[in-house]
Design a protein around this ligand. Structure first.
Ligand SMILES: [Zn+2]
Length: 476
């Protein structure tokens, strides 16, 4: 966008924003509350709410406090808590890793990566390749144990058992690594000689332990460079960022004693302190993420304030503020892996991500995921939306928290005011949020939620991948 256009765009947003200052209508209370929530979440003191940082914790504290005040019941992991922590895995907690065999220097992430089992460490030791590990018939003679003491050990994770389930394969790999470590291995390099992508199990798995040596995986082609080497010196180091703690979703609910539950979600994390996506200035700056997605979080709380006092609602409602969306939907994926999240008890999932810029793409609110249920079109026809026009998009690409629900066969509906030039830049600030537009959305969603309860059922329909691609192009 040219600078002149950009200034006009900013100006347009400011005019829209000033609406709220003078709005003394019925929605004024709602405008004030959402303004307060966004201003707080998107203030510099929360340092951009990066998942796993103190800024994220401050945000989750605030959201928990609001949920409590609203009167939602806590649905976190421990009694009385709204917090549901989860483990965020590679590449997030691994800062840097180095692998050098003789003078071959392998490229981190491209050619090898630290697995979720790895500890921190920096070692130089001789290399030994022990095929498929100590516990394997390749190595039935006992002196292998003697040979690996003090060495960095190369193990093949190929698993020859047919139809083996993932947990079985994983426990085989782990027991192999553990035996090597027990026998004095100081580092482990894994590779896979089979065609099955067994290595996927080593990343993003819910391991509860890490071993006390660095454990890396090296990809097929780079492994070939060392496959034939008999003796070598190996340097292996893995750095872990210990300042990153466990992020947490914030979960509250309304128990209407129904067998059916609706999930309403919005992510509250943002990208933290980083270099701007645009512009020449490459010094790290706080990214406040007022639109992305303090706006959705404020809308989530405002909907909860309405729903908790609405005795005509018959389903249960879960309000979840997801974390680590920006890192790769870790929060919503963790939430969806809870055993009770299934199409049989979740009626639908409503997602709000970037809902604060009504007016910056005309008066249009985009609604995605329309093809995930044949019920949505009729419902959208019936629900009046005087303040904006609705752009219906059938697909719902995997860039926000509805995606893991869709994968589980749960109908989704995702509202957004769309992308704008301030997206993922330090300019995404509270001053540019259109709070009266957000209030219009809240009014609309109340109607939507009520009408959805009146439907006999909301069947799931699988979305064609081409529709997702089309939706991606339409939204960006
Ligand atoms: Zn977002």
């Amino acid at each position: 966008m040219k600078m002149k256009n950009f200034i006009l765009f900013l100006f347009a947003c400011l005019i829209l924003h000033s609406d709220y200052l003078y709005a003394q209508n019925a929605g004024a209370g709602s405008v004030d509350r959402m303004h307060r929530d966004v201003a707080l979440l998107a203030s510099d003191s929360l340092l951009g709410r990066e998942a796993g940082t103190i800024g994220e914790q401050m945000a989750s504290d605030y959201i928990s406090g609001q949920m409590k005040q609203i009167g939602l019941l806590p649905k976190g992991d421990s009694l009385g808590s709204f917090l549901s922590p989860f483990r965020m895995s590679y590449p997030v907690i691994f800062k840097e890793a180095k692998l050098m065999v003789n003078d071959i220097d392998f490229k981190h992430i491209e050619e090898f990566g630290a697995t979720d089992l790895s500890s921190q460490g920096n070692i130089t030791a001789p290399l030994i390749n022990i095929g498929r590990g100590i516990n394997n018939s390749d190595n039935s003679n006992g002196d292998i144990q003697e040979k690996i003491r003090g060495k960095i050990v190369v193990i093949d994770i190929a698993y020859r058992q047919r139809n083996a389930e993932n947990p079985e394969v994983l426990s085989h790999i782990i027991s192999n690594i553990k035996s090597a470590v027990l026998n004095g291995a100081v580092g482990i390099i894994l590779h896979n000689s089979s065609r099955k992508p067994t290595e996927n199990l080593l990343f993003g798995s819910p391991f509860t332990e890490s071993l006390n040596v660095p454990v890396v995986y090296i990809a097929r082609l780079p492994y070939n460079k060392i496959a034939k080497i008999k003796t070598a010196t190996c340097k292996l180091s893995v750095e872990i960022d210990r300042s990153i703690s466990k992020p947490a979703n914030v979960v509250g609910w309304i128990d209407n004693k129904s067998s059916k539950t609706v999930v309403i979600g919005a992510h509250y994390d943002h990208v933290g302190i980083t270099r701007s996506r645009t512009g020449a200035d490459k010094t790290p700056q706080i990214h406040n993420g007022a639109d992305d997605n303090a706006s959705g979080t404020a809308a989530l709380l405002e909907l909860a304030r309405w729903a908790v006092n609405n005795e005509s609602l018959k389903y249960n409602y879960i309000f979840v503020a997801f974390s680590a969306e920006e890192k790769g939907l870790f929060g919503s994926k963790a939430f969806c892996s809870l055993p009770w999240i299934s199409p049989s008890n979740i009626v639908y999932m409503l997602n709000m991500d970037m809902v604060g810029r009504l007016g910056c793409q005309g008066d249009t609110m985009s609604v995605l995921g329309v093809a995930s249920s044949p019920a949505w079109d009729g419902l959208l026809d019936k629900t009046a939306h005087p303040g904006f026009s609705l752009k219906r998009i059938n697909g719902a690409p995997a860039f926000s928290d509805h995606a893991p629900f869709l994968k589980k066969g749960i109908p989704v509906i995702y509202f957004t005011t769309g992308i704008h030039p301030d997206y993922h830049t330090p300019k995404d600030d509270t001053e540019l949020i259109n709070f009266s537009g957000m209030t219009e959305l809240i009014g609309y969603l109340r109607e939507f939620i009520r009408s959805a309860e009146a439907l006999p059922e909301i069947p799931f329909h699988k979305i064609n991948p081409l529709q997702h691609t089309k939706a991606y192009i339409q939204t960006f």
